[in-house]
Design a protein around this ligand. Structure first.
Ligand SMILES: Cc1ncc(COP(=O)(O)O)c(C=O)c1O
Length: 407
């Protein structure tokens, strides 16, 4: 039995199962929560020990450890990704979205366009719009069942619209693509031509499966003047509620400006818990991560086989990275409301609605599979039963649901 097979039941107020959130988003609390992108697993032992050491002291005097954090991040990236990072180019921030918010303000003016590859992590829209910038959608295209960037559309928009930044998600949430070196090279060449900066959110960089290879935008030639990278151990090590984020900016002028903004807002302090947990994760967490990746890959393979065999009406985009799976339900031919009813009230699953990631994706949902396999299997059994049964009689818009049962 694997450590990841254990379903932990600890007292909590986790967002994913918070009754108020579930009620307001899904209209019920009677659902298995597989929506928010965090893990059900216990964190790695070395991180537990690092945190316990701090907690048992019972003294919380000011304490900073940023230098050791940057060294741990650099060493990790060299070991895992053969990426040589300059410790002088880091800036500590309190979270990834905070970092993006600061970068957007420093790299563009109010009213400027920020390009994103949609469907994409929904908080990107909020972080752009709340800064008074405009979201410019560069829709991903599906070619032979595989998501790809639309470089023609990208160039057309960069030529004609006032765009200052491309906000990249690599690996991509929710479609699970890990962008190849060739794709990133093309992107950097375009950014150089149109003089825009790429902010690369690489929070999912270490959740990459065996057939894919993660390339940081920072590893590409001629990228240094046009990129800012954001990372964090949050997704990799299941530290969503305690981790910081970090920025990596090679361009000295931009680095100086961003460091000064972050410093002036006192966002670079971090907590010692985050710092020591990060150091423990990056210096002693590799074995745990390798086991986690093997476990998640086994889960993906189980899901893929099951869906292809048992619920072929659902199109599944097998993720190359992230622990999210992007599901297309459009072949069920249900109205949007009927689909929601089927998934929420019949299958009793709380999945992230696709239109959070781009308005037209009402027939898509994202499922987080970072849970014990048995729980994920149960979720798919429930989904299959609901699909096989068809939309039931408690759904009021019977005429709209094409496969409503005849009762
Ligand atoms: C692509 C991406 N960026 C950022 C975040 C959130 O990062 P943080 O909580 O550090 O702001 C998430 C969380 O799901 C994410 O998927």
């Amino acid at each position: 039995m694997s450590q990841f097979d254990i379903l932990h039941t600890v007292e909590n107020n986790f967002a994913k199962s918070n009754p108020n959130y579930l009620k307001s988003m899904f209209g019920t609390t009677d659902v298995m929560p597989l929506w928010i992108a965090d893990m059900d697993f216990e964190i790695a032992k070395p991180i537990q020990e690092a945190l316990q050491k701090l907690v048992t002291r019972n003294i919380y005097a000011y304490e900073f450890n940023t230098g050791d954090v940057f060294k741990a991040i650099s060493d990790w990236n060299y070991k895992r990704h053969q990426l040589q990072l300059n410790p002088k180019s880091f800036v500590q921030v309190s979270g990834v979205l905070t970092g993006i918010g600061v970068l957007i303000r420093d790299l563009s003016e109010k009213g400027d366009g920020i390009m994103v590859q949609t469907p994409v992590y929904h908080q990107f829209f909020k972080v752009i719009e709340s800064a008074g910038r405009k979201v410019v959608s560069n829709k991903l295209k599906v070619v032979d069942g595989y998501y790809q960037m639309d470089f023609e559309d990208m160039e057309r928009k960069l030529k004609t619209l006032n765009i200052k930044v491309i906000l990249l998600c690599n690996p991509h949430n929710p479609v699970g693509r890990v962008w190849t070196k060739e794709e990133l090279q093309k992107l950097v060449a375009i950014a150089n031509t149109y003089n825009v900066t790429i902010i690369s959110d690489e929070i999912h960089s270490d959740i990459v499966y065996s057939k894919s290879q993660f390339n940081s935008i920072a590893s590409l030639e001629n990228s240094e003047n046009h990129i800012a990278v954001i990372g964090s151990p949050a997704k990799t090590f299941g530290m969503q509620s305690i981790s910081n984020g970090y920025l990596y900016i090679q361009n000295e002028k931009i680095h100086k400006q961003v460091k000064s903004t972050v410093g002036s807002l006192y966002l670079d302090h971090g907590s010692i818990h985050s710092a020591n947990a990060t150091i423990a994760a990056y210096t002693k967490g590799e074995e745990w991560l390798n086991d986690l990746l093997a476990y998640l890959e086994k889960t993906i393979n189980w899901i893929t086989d099951f869906v292809e065999r048992e619920i072929p009406q659902i199109i599944l985009y097998k993720p190359e990275g992230t622990y999210q799976i992007w599901l297309d339900f459009s072949k069920l031919n249900l109205s949007d409301d009927a689909l929601k009813h089927l998934v929420v009230n019949q299958a009793k699953l709380a999945l992230t609605p696709g239109d959070w990631f781009e308005g037209s994706h009402t027939q898509f949902m994202r499922l987080n599979f970072a849970s014990p396999l048995e729980k994920i299997q149960q979720a798919f059994y429930q989904l299959k039963k609901a699909v096989d049964d068809g939309v039931d009689c408690s759904f009021n818009e019977g005429e709209q649901a094409n496969n409503c049962c005849s009762c």
